[in-house]
Design a protein around this ligand. Structure first.
Ligand SMILES: [Zn+2]
Length: 316
């Protein structure tokens, strides 16, 4: 399997948000990519400029940051043609790698908008190199800029930043330093194309937790009433376990938390994030993780606090 490390530059409406096309707030104007083999050795590069058709003028920030001029982009090719070439260039057996989560989402949004969405089948497994950098060198939660990582690792800095080709090369160099076992056990999943039916639902098992992506529901209420989605299961032995703390939602109302207890494996945290899909329906991302008694007590405190706040608000 090859790794395709890619980076996109995009433009936005130069006249402000009020005038943007809500179906395509960001229009891709450049694709840069590096292909590595499974030993993470360099094989090939891809680069293309795209002639914008939605926002023909560059937003002042876009031109400032990426160092491209409108005259450069007029030399570019149509997005559909570039996209077809790019996916063809990726080959048969590959995994995408990007710095952060945005590029893969914008790529799919542009593919859909320009009616070549069938070039990629989702949901897509990919490597988020920004996350892998954090896990390898810092703490799991950290999210750094690409130039920070390059400087941290003393990698050669022979090009500008914020050019698709150069950023892809930099991301590839950072990726080459990540140990294989960390790559293998920390892949990400992109849900721009979320599962629609029960058959398409996804379960991913990581070393210390389980991730589940549910089918779609018409309403949030239907989703939260689906027993198989809200079940608190011990992911080690697969048993449904009694709940110690029943589902409660945080202040945003989109995240729900419960804690179960498995006699054999201990406390189990179940987190349910409700997401709105692009067709206006709802699906859930559920993570199940073993936690310590201390962590369980922390969650209990949090739940009591939220309950108290809600009661106070009602009294007012
Ligand atoms: Zn168990």
């Amino acid at each position: 399997m090859n790794y395709i490390i890619f980076d996109l530059e995009w433009n936005q409406c130069p006249y402000g948000k009020d005038f943007e096309n809500p179906k395509l707030p960001f229009e891709i104007i450049e694709i840069g990519a590096v292909k590595l083999n499974e030993k993470k050795e360099f094989i090939d590069t891809f680069h293309a400029l795209i002639r914008p058709t939605i926002y023909r003028r560059l937003h002042f920030q876009t031109s400032k940051v990426i160092g491209l001029k409108e005259s450069d982009l007029r030399q570019g090719r149509m997005f559909r043609d570039v996209a077809r070439d790019f996916i063809h260039w990726c080959g048969e057996d590959y995994r995408f790698c990007t710095w952060g989560t945005l590029d893969l989402m914008e790529l799919q949004r542009n593919l859909n908008y320009f009616r070549v969405g069938d070039l990629l089948k989702g949901p897509l497994l990919y490597e988020d190199v920004q996350k892998l950098f954090a896990i390898t060198y810092e703490t799991r939660k950290e999210r750094r800029a690409l130039n920070y990582a390059v400087e941290y690792l003393h990698l050669p800095e022979d090009g500008e930043y914020h050019l698709a080709r150069e950023d892809a090369v930099y991301t590839a160099r950072v990726f080459q330093t990540i140990p294989d076992d960390i790559i293998a056990s920390n892949y990400s999943i992109d849900c721009y194309r979320n599962p629609k039916s029960k058959e398409e639902e996804i379960v991913l098992i990581y070393p210390d937790y389980e991730k589940f992506i549910s089918r779609e529901f018409d309403t949030k209420e239907q989703l939260l009433a689906a027993k198989d989605v809200t079940a608190v299961r011990c992911y080690v032995c697969g048993r449904d376990v009694p709940r110690q703390i029943r589902f409660f939602s945080d202040s945003s109302g989109r995240n729900h938390l419960a804690v179960g207890y498995c006699k054999e494996h201990g406390y189990i945290k179940c987190k349910l994030r409700v997401r709105e899909a692009h067709d206006g329906k709802y699906y859930a991302i559920r993570t199940i993780k073993l936690i310590s008694e201390e962590e369980m007590l922390d969650i209990r405190k949090k739940e009591a606090l939220i309950r108290l706040k809600r009661q106070n608000r009602r009294r007012k």
